[in-house]
Design a protein around this ligand. Structure first.
Ligand SMILES: NC(=O)c1ccc[n+]([C@@H]2O[C@H](COP(=O)([O-])OP(=O)(O)OC[C@H]3O[C@@H](n4cnc5c(N)ncnc54)[C@H](OP(=O)(O)O)[C@@H]3O)[C@@H](O)[C@H]2O)c1
Length: 267
């Protein structure tokens, strides 16, 4: 009942998905697991051509084989998005090698839950989250603007619903990096309209993936499956709307912000 109310069934019109994505070139970061992997499977079903990015080479090879068997073109780059030299080379490679780019799904993510007092000797927590959740996606987006502009394409960033609420203890690294990205993509949404690029942000609620399962408190909570989250991303990208937000977040986030001193007391 709670699951049904908070995580209503996602209806993806598969015909519309096929019309939208067939023969289009789609770049997906974080394609090897979780939401990204489910997204890739949905894109294969819709006959998209794919360029996949993540670290796990074996998983990306297997997904590309699945895509080829389904008649899609597909290639990948197995790399750590925190590696600035490799990231620059990837951006150049994408500019040169892809015939066009229609959709860029900025989905790879790194989550860390640790209180600031326990991170006094862990500046790398902040580097890791900002590099993956913000810097790498800004770099890829900048590099692909000309190609996306030519094809009147979309950039879709997977953010978190938690960034709509007052910052919760323990999430400083994750929350700050996701909020930085929200601000960048919201600015890009306004600026890049003139370049005919639609920039979109999905404020995703809890999804059962390796990322959320790492936190025992989340394992038994109602949540979307990776496939349901992937369908939300696809649904958003078939529209020109700026954001996907769960219905309850649209109401409760505004109230929580209004009463944020009280919310902080609760924390
Ligand atoms: N799960 C949730 O509850 C939830 C809620 C809100 C928002 N989100 C967002 O949704 C997105 C996907 O998360 P998920 O739940 O699917 O997480 P996940 O299962 O942990 O998958 C994360 C993906 O990002 C890739 N990745 C992580 N670090 C990377 C790095 N340094 N270089 C290259 N690729 C890297 C991983 O691939 P490799 O390990 O192969 O590199 C993997 O494909 C993230 O942006 C996350 O912030 C998730």
């Amino acid at each position: 009942m709670v699951k049904w109310l908070i995580y209503p069934t996602v209806h993806l019109n598969e015909n519309k998905a096929r019309e939208t994505f067939a023969n289009r070139w789609v770049v997906v970061t974080g394609a090897s697991r979780g939401i990204g992997e489910a997204l890739v499977r949905r894109l294969i079903a819709a006959h998209a051509n794919l360029f996949l990015i993540a670290r796990s080479e074996e998983r990306l090879t297997a997904l590309c084989t699945e895509a080829h068997e389904a008649g899609c073109e597909a290639s990948f780059c197995a790399m750590d998005l925190r590696d600035k030299d490799k990231l620059e080379a990837l951006c150049e490679n994408l500019k040169q090698s892809l015939p066009h780019v229609d959709y860029l799904f900025c989905n790879a993510g790194k989550s860390i839950h640790r209180n600031i007092i326990d991170a006094t000797d862990r500046m790398h927590d902040y580097d890791r989250t900002i590099d993956v959740n913000y810097r790498a996606h800004v770099a890829l987006s900048l590099a692909l603007i000309p190609k996306l502009s030519e094809s009147k394409g979309h950039i879709i960033y997977t953010s978190s619903v938690s960034t709509l609420f007052p910052p919760a203890p323990g999430w400083s690294a994750y929350h700050a990096s996701k909020c930085a990205a929200n601000t960048w993509y919201e600015t890009a949404h306004t600026e890049l309209e003139k370049q005919h690029i639609v920039v979109q942000v999905a404020f995703m609620p809890l999804v059962h993936t390796d990322m959320s399962e790492a936190n025992p408190a989340y394992r038994n909570l109602p949540a979307y499956t990776a496939d349901e989250a992937a369908c939300q991303l696809l649904k958003l990208s078939t529209t020109n709307r700026f954001a996907y937000k769960p219905w309850w977040a649209r109401i409760s986030a505004a109230i929580a912000m209004l009463f944020s001193p009280l919310v902080k007391l609760l924390y």
